[in-house]
Design a binder for this molecule. Structure first.
Ligand code: PLP
Length: 596
């Protein structure tokens, strides 16, 4: 804990979580502080792993981004308005859409990236709202969009491909039916890593010209309302944002000047990054983001004597990432085997064993021993070990002493090369199996090496810590976490946590899982969805928990593999002589997929 016995800030948490003076992890929202250990009741423990979602954090985020844009709009005397559009692809859960639409302070629109997302939006929205239709479109998508206008929604079809124009002529005269065009940014970039969306989305300058000419010919330029772009999610460098804002605003000005088309709205898409680890890897915050955007657009428009456009951002990750976290338990923890390091088979007079023993005795006493000698003998014994030169009893001794030597090498930083120490760190860290599936709960950790903050729900103390590595319970060697953000805000291939007195009653929190993880998650090894609780912040009472998703049962998940009810019946019939067994099997069918 902190020296001055103060609350401990968690850099990634944007103050929504903190560690209090006593070392407890707390949620902090609407001036209410909730100890996480208090929400983990006995009932919840039975259902671990579980998910918690705090809609109040989503509201807070919507208010924050609106306030920031409005602040700079006023400060710089910007004439356009700001409007947030939430792209539901980031998290389509109904309670999120409801929370966003019910927010009375700021109106927010929604973005669909497919026809199913559009239908989801329509089912969720009881109010008349603004909807942006992105993604590739067919006749049905266009028709659903038209249906949306019939119940009062304002629809903007964002054209991604020229051929989509043909699909919309039918509807273009209808009320509340508008169009936008998505531009391909940075089109001369030849490195796909620097411009991921260039390979897939948007229109080239040539295609934009063609579309404009068609609209002029058909006298439909008044329907063109939005110029849209989206570079990528989680842009870490503000420079890249500045570059693309300049590109889109200049195109906006060109279209006004050359073709006299008053588009009126610029939609700069997503990209606003959140810090999952330490702030250093992202060189801006919400303040710098909003300030730069308003300033650049205003100055460029003023220079060209063009009216300031209204501004849309499609910030999804920023809105949802913090509001969800997962709590689970430890299934297994690697114990340090007790093995007194006596040289048990000296009788063999094995030279390498003698050398290893010599290394251990010296290193333990911090006596000088040459690095060359250490490395040579560690490599030799490793090779002999691999080719089966030792029996099982000898192997136990070697494994043990090898690890202990590496622990000392790491502790005394005997080798200067950082990558050697990094590998040793990984080898000596304790392996902890968490009762969860990486593929189900944090697929981005596996897919794109995204770091998620992980903290045990215990009292944090300044004292002795241990290094751990987290493995999941899937039967897959990729089911492990490779990178961690530590409480002291450094990134490492192991996580530093206090020694655990009783691991069975220690719970682990995985934070910032609210963006993308939900829908990207998969059922690898047939582990199912988690029981999910909403935490509703109440005025008088502190908070209330409400279940919104039950644990997915074994049989439900098994059914995803196309097995049908007949097959299940046949299987149960095999036990027909014993009704008790059938009853037991049916109970198993309905139980959770995770470990008890
Ligand atoms: N808008 C579009 C068109 C997108 O494709 C995405 C996601 O990639 C977003 C918005 C959301 O971006 P972010 O995750 O940066 O909020």
């Amino acid at each position: 804990m902190n020296k001055k016995n103060k609350n401990l800030k968690l850099n990634w948490s944007e103050k929504y979580f903190f560690i209090d003076k006593k070392g407890n992890l707390n949620i902090n929202i609407k001036n209410k502080k909730i100890k996480i250990k208090k929400i983990i009741t006995k009932k919840i423990i039975k259902n671990l792993p579980v998910k918690f979602c705090i809609p109040e954090i989503i509201k807070d985020k919507i208010n924050k981004i609106n306030k920031k844009f409005n602040y700079y709009i006023n400060k710089y005397n910007y004439k356009g308005k700001y409007f947030l559009i939430y792209p539901i692809k980031v998290n389509q859960k109904s309670y999120i859409i409801q929370t966003i639409l019910k927010n009375k302070i700021y109106k927010t629109g929604l973005e669909a990236g497919s026809k199913t997302e559009l239908i989801t939006i329509l089912i969720n929205s009881n109010k008349k709202i603004t909807i942006l239709c992105n993604g590739y479109k067919d006749k049905t998508y266009m028709y659903i969009a038209y249906l949306a206008t019939k119940i009062g929604h304002k629809i903007y079809i964002i054209i991604e491909k020229i051929k989509e124009l043909k699909l919309l002529w039918k509807y273009i005269k209808k009320k509340n039916f508008f169009i936008g065009i998505r531009i391909k940014l940075n089109n001369l970039e030849i490195n796909p890593k620097k411009n991921k969306s260039q390979f897939k989305f948007g229109l080239t300058s040539n295609e934009i010209l063609k579309i404009i000419k068609i609209l002029i010919k058909k006298k439909k330029t008044n329907n063109l309302k939005i110029l849209h772009c989206h570079l990528e999610s989680q842009i870490k460098n503000i420079k890249n944002i500045i570059i693309y804002i300049k590109e889109i605003i200049n195109l906006y000005i060109d279209i006004q000047k050359i073709f006299k088309i008053k588009i009126k709205i610029i939609d700069i898409g997503g990209g606003l990054a959140v810090s999952y680890s330490n702030n250093k890897n992202i060189n801006y915050d919400i303040d710098k983001y909003t300030k730069n955007i308003i300033k650049i657009i205003k100055n460029t428009c003023n220079k060209n004597k063009i009216k300031h456009p209204h501004l849309i951002t499609e910030s999804g990750r920023y809105i949802t990432a913090h509001h969800e976290f997962i709590i689970t338990n430890i299934y297994n923890i690697e114990k340090n085997e007790k093995n007194k390091n006596k040289k048990i088979f000296i009788k063999k007079k094995n030279k390498i064993i003698n050398n290893i023993w010599k290394i251990w005795i010296n290193i333990k006493k911090k006596k000088y021993i040459s690095n060359f000698f250490i490395i040579k003998n560690l490599i030799k014994i490793k090779n002999e070990f691999k080719i089966g030169k030792y029996n099982i009893i000898e192997k136990v001794w070697i494994e043990n002493i090898y690890k202990k030597i590496l622990e000392k090498i790491y502790k005394y930083k005997i080798f200067k090369k950082n990558n050697i120490l990094k590998n040793i760190n990984l080898y000596i860290s304790k392996k902890i199996h968490l009762n969860f599936s990486i593929f189900q709960s944090i697929p981005d950790s596996w897919g794109i090496n995204q770091i998620f903050p992980i903290l045990p729900i215990i009292k944090f103390k300044k004292k002795k810590n241990q290094k751990i590595n987290i493995l999941d319970i899937t039967c897959d060697s990729d089911g492990k976490i490779n990178n961690y953000i530590n409480i002291k805000n450094y990134i490492s291939n192991s996580l530093e946590i206090p020694y655990l007195k009783n691991y069975k009653s220690t719970f682990i929190g995985i934070f910032m899982t609210g963006a993308y993880q939900n829908i990207l998650s998969n059922k690898h090894n047939l582990f199912g969805n988690l029981q999910t609780y909403l935490i509703k912040i109440k005025k008088n009472k502190k908070y209330k928990k409400k279940i919104i998703n039950l644990n997915e049962s074994i049989i439900n998940v098994a059914k995803k593999t196309n097995i049908n009810n007949n097959q299940i019946k046949k299987f149960l019939n095999k036990y027909k002589k014993n009704k008790k067994t059938i009853k037991k099997i049916k109970k198993i069918f309905l139980s959770k997929t995770y470990l008890k």
